[in-house]
Write a protein that binds this ligand. Structure first.
Ligand SMILES: O=C(O)CCC(=O)C(=O)O
Ligand SMILES: [Fe+2]
Length: 309
């Protein structure tokens, strides 16, 4: 299916047809930057390394909004949506991705119930996205799709290219698979969790039930899951309470059974995890070759975290 494309300035249409309906759209002409990919990369690199609050994830960087100040402006529509009265916001609400051509991000949906405004600042990426009402089987208690190349039969799917200056609005719980096609690809994401409840879908229900379960199991959770719970959508408890307020005890407990039933399938997910590690190594190599400035090594090691899609 063809994804709708509208001008980034078409505010009314965006809000009515896409944002509130939680439907994806490509917003065109969001931001242009005349600098080359190498120049943008070097400038961002320097700022990330200098900024103590920037944190390195497995495949991207989490940074504060103002880190972008000298690189690109925030599109007006994004600025309007990053409103603390209507969204849970994290301090580091911008993610930056540097991906070499050939990089593949395996199928997953984003954690923390995040809406993502994904600006293709440099390069080109090919996206395949699937609606949360036609879900994939995920690794138990996580957001990674079990199969590396799941069948798209019966799914509501969009395949499209995201070119320089395009910004994808990817609503929460949409599954995605992304190939990097430019020689050097740089993406800027603004992320937020809306305070209103999600459009009801099986994936939204799963996320709410999983977080209900994790909040009840808090003392027993492994460190990674505890960290997600306590920092959910940047605020922890208020966001989890909102997300789980309609989850019944019966549904939360049933979720435990449903996730456990998939444990034997866990090993099938191994290729996706190996792909993630390979991608990390490729990205590190690319950045090391960039005028001898290795972003990933230059960033303070204590900022390093493990990926959590
Ligand atoms: O750009 C990519 O390769 C992946 C992007 C992604 O997963 C996201 O923005 O949530
Ligand atoms: Fe993602």
């Amino acid at each position: 299916m063809m994804i709708p494309r509208i001008a980034a300035t078409d505010r009314e249409r965006f809000l009515e047809e896409f944002y509130h309906a939680e439907q994806p759209v490509v917003l065109t002409g969001a931001v242009q930057t005349p600098a080359t990919a190498e120049e943008v990369c070097e400038k961002l690199n320097t700022r990330i390394v200098e900024d103590e609050t920037a944190s390195q994830r497995l495949l991207w960087y989490d940074v504060r909004r103002d880190l972008l100040d000298t690189i690109c402006s925030t599109p007006a529509i994004v600025d309007e949506m990053m409103n603390p009265d209507e969204a849970f916001l994290r301090e580091n609400c911008v993610r930056i991705w540097f991906n070499p051509g050939g990089h593949i991000t395996p199928w997953h949906y984003d954690g923390h119930s995040l809406h993502v405004f994904n600006l293709q600042l440099k390069g080109l990426k090919r996206w395949t996205i699937v609606a949360p009402e036609t879900p994939f089987s995920c690794t138990p208690f996580s957001h990674t799709v079990i199969k590396k190349q799941p069948s798209l039969d019966g799914k509501r799917v969009y395949e499209f290219d995201l070119d320089e200056g395009d910004m994808l609005f990817l609503p929460r719980y949409w599954y995605h698979y992304v190939e990097s096609h430019g020689q050097m690809n740089i993406n800027v994401n603004w992320v937020l969790m809306p305070i209103v409840h999600a459009v009801p879908t099986p994936t939204a229900t799963r996320e709410a039930e999983m977080m209900w379960l994790k909040s009840r199991l808090d003392p027993m959770l492994p460190a990674g899951a505890k960290q997600t719970l306590h920092t959910y959508a940047g605020v922890g408890k208020p966001a989890v309470d909102k997300l789980t307020e309609n989850v019944t005890t019966a549904a939360g407990l049933a979720r435990f059974g449903k996730e456990l039933a998939r444990v034997p399938l866990w090993s099938i997910a191994l290729p996706a995890h190996i792909m993630k590690l390979q991608a990390l190594l490729r990205t590190k190599r690319l950045l090391r070759n960039l005028r001898g400035k290795p972003i990933s090594e230059a960033a303070a090691p204590e900022h390093a975290r493990v990926a959590n899609y």
